[in-house]
Design a binder for this molecule. Structure first.
Ligand code: NAD
Ligand code: MG
Length: 329
């Protein structure tokens, strides 16, 4: 494992050079603002009439069209949704400076061949392992979100130094920047969000809630138990791993963890995790997701609506309104 820190950064690699951030959503806003606060020359690229324009201008950024922002930039970060990046790239390609660096925060479009960058470009990735909001908050607090760096193309010999200078500008080197490949980042990121973080965790929460409610317990009690309290456990794991959780939960809870955890998430669940990973590795997931987008996302919209119509959302909305401090950020 190779990890880069502040000492590995050559700040001259991007000093005074134009950095274009295309897209001002979760990651775009954090990267643009952190880079600017780190003293870099940042221009934000947004479509005419973009809903994000006011936010970018309020944050003190210069906003131009994606084409104008990308023109003559030393580094162009494509931070629009993954499903839009191929079209955005097509639009700006003819305007990119010779030898510019094209930067991604996730490897999907390069790894699955949706974007084939011009032959003279460096193609790099800085992927923060956290949402944009955290990338910004940690930076302002003098901290950083750990990040991954990958180099797909190094045509100029400066791909790594530019990527690391970018990671430094967003605060990533404060926590460490681990070297990976576009393949490893893409496949592990998709697996994590599907099997564990988003898909796995929400199914565990919802099925636990349903089990209690169907057994006749009050939905409010089931909500606190299965959704609200998850944060406590996740924070312990985040701060100190299994060891810290062991120290903070009761012996009864820990004994129940040992006895019942493996009954719920058993080897058959692990076998299905391997199936999920296989679909990611062999391109099945990417093919289906691209087709779903091309069809106008009917299944995506249907399933999203079903999630939000679940009784846990009705109970949760009511209970969370009693705790206005939860949404104070
Ligand atoms: P987002 O959905 O939050 O924001 C996208 C922004 O792009 C919008 O606010 C808008 O300004 C612009 N935009 C939207 N549609 C556009 C279009 N058709 N053409 C041009 N601009 C458009 O996106 P995000 O979640 O920040 O994701 C950006 C990249 O960062 C993706 O590659 C994603 O995989 C990666 N990433 C995201 C996270 C995360 O936590 N959200 C974490 C790591 C990596
Ligand atoms: Mg779900």
């Amino acid at each position: 494992m190779k990890m880069y820190g502040k000492a590995d950064v050559d700040t001259a690699a991007l000093e005074g050079k134009k950095i274009a951030i295309i897209g001002y959503g979760s990651q775009g806003r954090a990267h643009a603002s952190n880079l600017k606060d780190s003293g870099h020359n940042v221009v934000v690229g947004l479509r005419e009439g973009s809903g994000s324009q006011a936010a970018a201008e309020n944050d003190g950024h210069t906003v131009q069209t994606p084409v104008d922002a990308a023109s003559d930039a030393a580094l162009v970060a494509l931070l629009t949704p993954d499903t839009t990046q191929a079209a955005v790239y097509k639009e700006i390609e003819g305007h990119l400076a010779e030898g510019a660096a094209l930067l991604f925060a996730h490897g999907f479009n390069i790894h699955f061949g949706q974007i084939e960058p011009r032959a003279d470009l460096d193609v790099v990735m800085i992927a923060p392992k956290g949402p944009g909001d955290l990338v910004r908050r940690q930076y302002l607090a003098g901290q950083g979100v750990p990040s991954l760096v990958a180099i797909a193309e190094d045509k100029t010999g400066t791909a790594l130094s530019r990527a690391l200078a970018y990671a430094d500008g967003i605060g990533g080197t404060r926590a460490g920047v681990i070297e990976t490949t576009f393949k490893e980042e893409t496949e592990t990121d998709l697996f994590g969000e599907q099997a564990v973080l988003c898909g796995g965790a929400t199914e565990l929460v919802v099925k636990g809630f349903e089990t209690l409610v169907e057994a006749g317990y009050q939905p409010e009690v089931a909500y606190y138990e299965c959704m609200h309290e998850l944060k406590l456990i996740v924070d312990l794991l985040h701060e100190g791993g299994l060891k810290k959780m062991h120290e903070f939960i009761s012996d009864t809870a820990l004994w129940g963890d040992h006895i019942s955890g493996p009954r719920v998430v058993d080897d058959s669940a692990k076998a299905r995790m391997k199936d999920v990973l296989t679909d990611i590795q062999d391109g099945t997931f990417a093919r289906e997701w691209i087709a779903e987008n091309e069809a106008g996302m009917p299944e995506f919209k249907k399933r999203s609506a079903e999630d939000l119509a679940h009784p846990i959302e009705e109970v949760g909305t009511r209970l969370r309104s009693q705790m206005p401090w939860l949404n104070q950020d």
